[in-house]
Design a protein around this ligand. Sequence first.
Ligand SMILES: Nc1ncnc2c1ncn2[C@@H]1O[C@H](COP(=O)(O)OP(=O)(O)OP(=O)(O)O)[C@@H](O)[C@H]1O
Length: 117
Amino acid sequence: MKARRFFRSFLFAAEGIRTALKHEQNIRFHILAAVVVVAAGLLTGLSLLEWLVVIGLIGGMMALEMVNSAIERVVDLATSELHPLAKQAKDMAAGAVLVFAVASAIIGLLIFLPKWF
Ligand SMILES: Nc1ncnc2c1ncn2[C@@H]1O[C@H](COP(=O)(O)OP(=O)(O)OP(=O)(O)O)[C@@H](O)[C@H]1O
C-alpha cells in the first residue's frame, strides 16, 4: 500500500516535470545550458568533486525554476487582481532564481576558467 502511494507520488512528480517542460520556456533554456555545461565538462575533464558541484548546480537551478513557476501559478490562482503581495511573491521567487543563477555562473567560472587559461 505504502509502495503504491510512493509510486503514485512519483508519477505526479513526473507529470509536474512534463508540465514544466511543455509550458516553461525558461526550463527548456536551462536544459540547453545544462547540455552545454556537461559537454564542456566532458571536453575539459573535471574531477569527481567538480562533477558533483556541477550536477548539484544544474539540478538546483532546474528545481528552483520549477518552484518559481509553481509560485507564479499559485499567485495567479489566488488573485487575478493586481496586489502588492502578489507582486512581492512573484518578484521574490524570481529573485531567488536570479541569486542561484548568478552564484552558479560564478562557481562555473571558478571551475572552468583555471582549466582553460
Ligand atoms: N497579481 C499581480 N499583482 C501585482 N503584480 C503582479 C501580479 N502578477 C504579476 N505581477 C507583477 O508583474 C510583473 C510581470 O509578471 P508576470 O506574471 O508576467 O511574471 P513574469 O516574471 O513575466 O513571468 P512569466 O512570463 O514567466 O509568466 C512582475 O513584476 C510581477 O511581480
